[in-house]
Design a protein around this ligand. Structure first.
Ligand SMILES: *[C@@H]1O[C@H](CO)[C@@H](O)[C@H](O)[C@H]1NC(C)=O
Ligand SMILES: *[C@@H]1O[C@H](CO)[C@@H](O)[C@H](O)[C@H]1NC(C)=O
Ligand SMILES: *[C@@H]1O[C@H](CO)[C@@H](O)[C@H](O)[C@H]1NC(C)=O
Ligand SMILES: *[C@@H]1O[C@H](CO)[C@@H](O)[C@H](O)[C@H]1NC(C)=O
Length: 669
């Protein structure tokens, strides 16, 4: 009994020991991009400000300040006796109205600096122990005073200190520009944030110190590079931290970010998350006030007048329309001002294009530096807006990799602004028609885009909470993201145009050439009218033609009829875009073309659902041959419609999005 207890206790001990070993051999690293909520040990004057800025000296005189990482780092592994490679990076800023001492980054066996002296001793050493090997201290000093006792080179230097504040090597603050290799000076007390990297290489026993202004990549050439075997200095475990103790009032030594790693480069500090440094003037206020006060008073009066003027102008310029019911859509509501700034006042140079629904501008949101596309839809009627926005916002919740993400909206006077994520590669039709110098797409890219759009429609029709009908599927509404994936845009917009009109008249919206024939009689969009447009879209992508083609004699042919004719003549693949120069998969091309024809079948019940379309595309069900005998296909209905009133539109706006009154077919009304 007691034997078993001992045994399990032993194995527990063994287990704990093993665990510890795992920790011991693991590499230590950390990264702070700002210090809010960090658990650093802060001594003396050091404190973390509410915004996450670490202040080592807090403006007090001769008061030591230390910020230390709470657990010691393992500098020597158990398996090897030499000090391992390590890497440190930190971002600092010094504000010092009067010449005062700087600060150090240190590695030290202990964290009790109660015996250390302030000012030139940086709160790290004292006059007794300075220079002694028993210190086991390695430090990098950023010194802003020239001290003759330690033979400092000037009052703006960075130095490597080993057990002593008499640096083994030091140099004026600066960095080697990567482009020209020139040495550029930096001023430590400039108040500007700068970054420092300290790297120790175990094999070469080389210490490198590199500096650069904030936002600069690490220069490839180090400012100081010196050989020193730190295995003769550092203890197995040692603390890392910063120390300072200013000699003059109001000097501040801020650390904005800090990272550390053993056996690898220090992790990157996230520059965007860094806390801001407060800006403190470097001059004495008392001197300044006498001169500045009278000027300031006059300026103040001018400013108040100016502000009133500017504010009232701004009010008019950025005025927008907001109603109570919109409160629940808060997060999706953009302010007109932000959109105005993002697009530099909707300048023409940011115009991406204009279509039936309005103009589209490219913009850059200042706060998030997110690229956006803003569509301005003008509307005279307020009717239907609420339903539309409810839908827009619910669509905004839709997440699918083949939909253009809708970020939100804004309203103003008679305008609705829709904010989408910007798609860098523009719309698909430009590629198909070789416009704007866009090169044509490969076969694999074309099939990819067809599958992408099929996936997005499958999602809208079958996979989200309620069925969403897109109503305006066409190549110009398909955008390519930076990986050339197809993404469907402009969903729901067509619906907006449906609202707000007299409900007595049937009003069809969409684009000529993509409209299912039954829309003319029913005027009611259904998922199958989307499938029809998708079929035309497939043909467009494969053939590289618009849905209504013009030949040399200016005659108009429907793309779908042309493809059908070729199939009947047994020359289906002659319709494949000649830009591909024959580089395509024959079997795949036939499948896709037949699927396009099947989807754009004039009889809606002959069309497949998007779920079936997906199965055809994935090869899960065989080619759609048997559903579609060439002889059975008839587009007479379409030609009939053309004769009954479509001609005008087809002739004048072959590619324009427009709305029209459907012709009354015999038997209606
Ligand atoms: C600086 O910190 C010390 C110690 O925490 C404190 O006593 C002193 O009041 C602080 N000084 C300022 C100016 O905040
Ligand atoms: C630090 O060291 C001093 C003497 O060197 C000692 O008096 C003091 O108690 C130590 N402080 C802590 C927190 O250990
Ligand atoms: C140290 O600096 C030298 C000279 O710039 C460079 O050749 C070397 O690769 C650097 N070593 C490390 C570990 O950064
Ligand atoms: C560095 O010092 C350690 C300990 O004295 C020694 O074992 C090692 O060989 C030295 N390394 C080099 C490269 O001299």
């Amino acid at each position: 009994m007691s034997k078993m207890k001992t045994l399990s206790l032993l194995s527990l001990l063994f287990f704990l020991g093993l665990n510890q070993q795992v920790h011991v051999t693991g590499d230590d690293n950390f990264v702070y991009s700002g210090f809010a909520g960090s658990k650093l040990i802060l001594n003396g004057a050091a404190m973390v400000m509410p915004n996450g800025l670490l202040d080592l000296t807090n403006g007090s005189v001769r008061l030591k300040g230390h910020a230390i990482y709470p657990t010691p780092m393992r500098f020597r592994g158990l398996s090897y006796r030499t000090v391992q490679s390590f890497s440190v990076s930190f971002i600092f800023g010094i504000v010092s109205p009067h010449p005062s001492n700087g600060f150090t980054f240190f590695v030290s066996p202990g964290k009790n600096f109660s015996d250390a002296l302030p000012t030139q001793y940086f709160g790290l050493l004292n006059d007794q122990n300075n220079g002694m090997e028993t210190n086991h201290i390695f430090a990098v000093e950023l010194d802003t005073i020239q001290n003759s006792e330690f033979q400092d080179i000037n009052d703006n230097h960075i130095g490597i200190d080993i057990n002593s504040l008499h640096s083994v090597q030091s140099d004026s603050a600066g960095y080697y520009d990567d482009r020209h290799g020139m040495l550029k000076q930096l001023t430590l007390v400039s108040g500007d944030p700068m970054q420092v990297w300290v790297d120790y290489d175990r094999v070469a026993t080389l210490i490198n110190v590199t500096m650069a202004p904030l936002n600069f990549a690490k220069p490839s050439r180090a400012l100081i590079s010196t050989n020193y075997n730190l295995s003769t200095v550092l203890t197995e475990l040692a603390y890392v931290g910063f120390s300072s103790a200013a000699g003059k009032a109001n000097a501040r030594h801020y650390i904005l970010g800090w990272s550390f790693a053993t056996n690898g480069p220090a992790p990157a500090i996230d520059i965007r998350k860094l806390p801001k440094m407060p800006h403190i003037g470097s001059k004495d206020w008392s001197n300044v006030i006498e001169i500045v006060l009278p000027i300031a008073t006059a300026a103040f009066i001018l400013m108040v007048g100016g502000t009133i003027f500017v504010l009232s102008r701004r009010y008019l310029r950025y005025r927008e329309l907001r109603e109570d019911w919109e409160a629940e859509f808060g997060p999706h509501r953009f302010s007109y001002k932000d959109l105005h700034h993002a697009t530099e006042g909707f300048k023409n140079k940011h115009l991406l294009g204009s279509g039936g629904f309005g103009r589209v501008y490219k913009g850059l949101l200042a706060r998030s530096s997110l690229e956006i596309a803003v569509k301005r839809v003008s509307r005279d009627s307020k009717q239907g807006i609420k339903e539309f926005i409810t839908e827009v916002v619910s669509i905004g919740h839709l997440q699918h990799r083949n939909l253009v993400p809708l970020l939100g909206y804004c309203r103003r006077n008679n305008e609705l602004l829709l904010v989408h994520e910007f798609m860098p590669n523009g719309s698909l039709d430009k590629y198909l028609l070789n416009e704007d110098g866009k090169r044509s797409l490969s076969w694999a890219q074309r099939v990819g885009v067809i599958k992408d759009i099929a996936a997005s429609l499958l999602y809208l029709h079958h996979e989200c909470e309620k069925v969403i009908i897109h109503r305006d599927i066409k190549a110009s509404n398909v955008l390519l993201d930076n990986e050339m994936n197809g993404r469907l845009g402009d969903f729901g917009l067509a619906r907006l145009y449906d609202h707000g009109v007299n409900s007595q008249t049937t009003h069809v919206v969409g684009t000529i050439g993509y409209l299912a024939p039954e829309l003319a009689s029913t005027g009611k969009p259904t998922p199958l009218t989307d499938v029809f447009s998708f079929g035309i879209f497939i043909l467009e992508v494969v053939c590289g033609h618009r849905p209504i083609m013009k030949n040399e004699e200016e005659n108009h042919t429907m793309l779908v009829d042309w493809v059908l004719q070729h199939w009947q003549n047994g020359s289906l693949t002659d319709t494949v875009d000649t830009n591909l120069s024959g580089n395509y998969d024959n079997i795949e091309a036939c499948l896709v073309l037949k699927l396009g024809l099947l989807c754009s079948h004039p009889f809606m019940h002959a069309r497949p659902s998007m779920r079936q379309v997906m199965q055809y595309l994935n090869g899960d069900i065989p080619q759609p041959d048997d559903q579609l005998m060439p002889t059975q296909m008839s587009f007479e209905l379409l030609s009939l419609m053309q004769n009954e009133g479509f001609d005008h539109y087809i002739m004048s706006f072959p590619s324009l999005t427009t709305s029209y009154e459907p012709p009354v077919l015999p038997g209606e009304r």
